[in-house]
Design a binder for this molecule. Sequence first.
Ligand code: SAM
Length: 227
Amino acid sequence: MTQGRGRHPARIRMKKPDQALLDRYMLVWSTRELHFHTGNFPPVTSQSIFGTNALLILDIGSATGELSHALAADHPDFNILGIEISTKPIWRSLVNAHRKNLHNVKYLKTDFRLLYPLMQPDSVQAAYLHFPVPVLTGADEKHAIFSERFLDALHIGLVDQGVIGFTSDNEHYFSDVAQRASQRNDFRLLTDKKECEAAVPLHKSYYHDVWERQGRLTQRFVLLNRK
Ligand SMILES: C[S@@+](CC[C@H](N)C(=O)[O-])C[C@H]1O[C@@H](n2cnc3c(N)ncnc32)[C@H](O)[C@@H]1O
């Protein structure tokens, strides 16, 4: 079995939502444009995306939106931004956000890695990277979201004591990423279940439920930002 199998919410069936819903909940930032003309885009802040000054909570690879919905409902004083590279999962996310009457959530269709230059200091309270596709070979590396650059950008974007939540169902990948994160002086790594829960209560994403139903072990760490 390949590591990617069963991990592609892009393949869901989903009809295009009404334009009014798309306008309200979805931004599309072309990866090509971002790559070549980053300066044409606004900073990734609540002010530019939501028009308010609340801190952001990022759901990176938000897929069909379950985590972002739970976060939006539990944190009405924050703005939740789901960043997702595939269109159809975002369509499903926004239809359900509307059904749930959520006002503090939006979805940005783009590659998260192209947003690093647009991150603004102290603008983010928390960032979740839940169940990214495990990167186990050099060939997979080009798809990897977690990297030193990822941590550099979030170190700047997060407030002091802001958090990164990371989960994986792949033991090898989890250990590798945790080991790399532990080398950083600008974050404090928490792996103990109780310490993680005290720092940031766990909200389960879609794949968390899927893997648990299949009896797979899931693991989590939390990184506390140090400024
Ligand atoms: C295995 S799914 C996990 C989804 C969700 N986080 C969860 O736990 O249920 C990985 C998601 O990340 C998205 N993704 C992959 N690379 C991305 C990138 N560079 N930027 C934004 N989203 C990305 C994929 O399209 C997919 O929806």
